[in-house]
Ligand binder design. Structure first.
Ligand code: FAD
Length: 359
């Protein structure tokens, strides 16, 4: 029997694509369309997902919903990495280095005082003093988390959507209401990331950019044993990371977190600083002057005061389910955020059904 509902996903970043696939699993026959200005393969500062590091290194510590998003996504990454090695997600150890005391590091969960993902990553291992770089206070090895080749993964998600009979339309809309592309559209999922700051009908001024700059370099002959992450806290603007991407995707070096900075231009002096910091953190990289640069990048993380907005709204044309504002966690929280957004829709549809049952 065909489904009476039809849906539009506005946005084809990691959040929109994951939401589309989650929606398809709940509504196997409903028409679903992804409407977006940018799709995997595009590079634009208004499209954050291609610029991510990216890895799974939870910064959630709310002992609640945000941690649950990251947990669900970790489990999904595990499944994808084992069943679909071509998707660009791979298990990898990670070394985290902190420049402040553990009680100031923001890794301890509210109320429990524990690192919530200790068991998930195979048991955290504290670093010995001699393993810490100069100035560091403590460090932890995560035996097994995930690293993502973002270009490959986005394309894989898109291909999966197409295989699931999800239609795509490349276009920009000026208002969320314009995404109701036909009179039969039941709901629109607003997955526009930072653009919701100025999208008509949304205009969410609690969104702000957190600028990140990266350098993609060729892999040395000897593969790196692990990823490195110094200053992983959400609030550290001098963050440094080295992630070796799966499927010969090179090594991504970063970075920074600059709140409220909308500048999408590469700062070449700062790129030198990134390479210097990364070589100091990961000695396997060798000297900064020996690195072979493939590409420089700048991305604007969709930060939001109060955290991501995942919320159902009733508008004159139908339901809008907002799913944006993932900040620096859009990959590691993607499947959890998608799942929550789709649950809100099903609750809204059930409530509507109760108010106006079919005769
Ligand atoms: P976007 O990727 O920006 O997608 C928005 C979509 O909406 C696009 O398709 C766009 O075209 C569309 N759109 C917007 N407005 C309109 C309109 N008016 N009409 C039509 N379409 C529209 N996350 C992690 O989990 N792990 C990491 O290691 C990590 N590292 C990062 C490193 C850097 C340097 C940066 C910049 C980010 C990093 N992130 C990381 C964060 C992650 O990249 C973001 O949270 C995520 O990409 C946000 O995805 P999104 O789908 O919400 O938004």
């Amino acid at each position: 029997m065909s489904d009476p509902n039809s849906f539009v996903i506005l946005g084809a970043g990691v959040i929109g694509l994951s939401t589309a696939l989650t929606l398809r699993s709940k509504f196997p026959t409903a028409p679903i369309t992804i409407l977006a200005n940018h799709f995997p393969g595009d590079y634009n500062v208004e499209y954050c997902s291609p610029w991510a590091g990216g890895n799974w290194c939870s910064s959630a510590n709310d002992n609640g919903l945000l941690e649950s998003f990251d947990r669900l996504t970790f489990e999904r990454f595990k499944e994808i990495a084992s069943k679909h090695p071509e998707a660009g997600i791979q298990p990898s150890p990670l070394r985290m280095v902190f420049d402040q005391k553990v009680e100031d590091s923001e890794i301890l969960s509210r109320d429990t005082g524990r690192v919530w993902y200790d068991d998930l990553v195979g048991g955290l291992i504290p670093l010995a003093q001699h393993q810490l770089p100069d100035g560091a206070v403590f460090g932890l090895d995560l035996p097994s988390t995930f690293v993502i080749n973002t270009q490959i993964y986005l394309r894989w998600l898109l291909a999966k959507c197409q295989a699931e009979n999800i239609r795509t339309i490349q276009a920009a809309v000026s208002s969320v209401d314009d995404a109701f592309i036909s009179s039969s559209t039941t709901a629109v999922f607003n997955c526009t990331g930072l653009s919701s700051h100025s999208l008509g009908g949304v205009n969410d001024k609690s969104l702000y950019p957190t600028r990140g700059q990266t350098v993609l370099v060729e892999q040395p002959i000897q593969p790196l044993q692990r990823m490195y992450f110094r200053s992983p806290r959400r609030v550290d603007n001098d963050t440094t990371y080295v992630f070796q991407r799966p499927l010969a995707g090179g090594i991504i070096l970063g970075g920074c977190r600059e709140d409220e900075n909308w500048n999408g231009e590469v700062d070449m002096d700062f790129a030198q600083d990134i390479m210097r910091r990364c070589c100091a953190l990961a000695p396997e990289l060798g000297k900064p002057e020996d690195l072979k640069v493939i590409k420089h990048g700048v991305g604007l993380r969709p930060g939001r005061k109060g955290g991501p907005r995942i919320e159902a709204e009733v508008r004159s044309k139908g339901f809008v389910v907002h799913n944006y504002g993932a900040a620096g966690a859009g990959y590691q929280a993607s499947w959890g955020m998608a799942n929550h957004a789709v649950s809100l829709l099903t609750e809204a549809l059930e409530a509507k059904e109760q108010i106006s049952p079919k005769l």
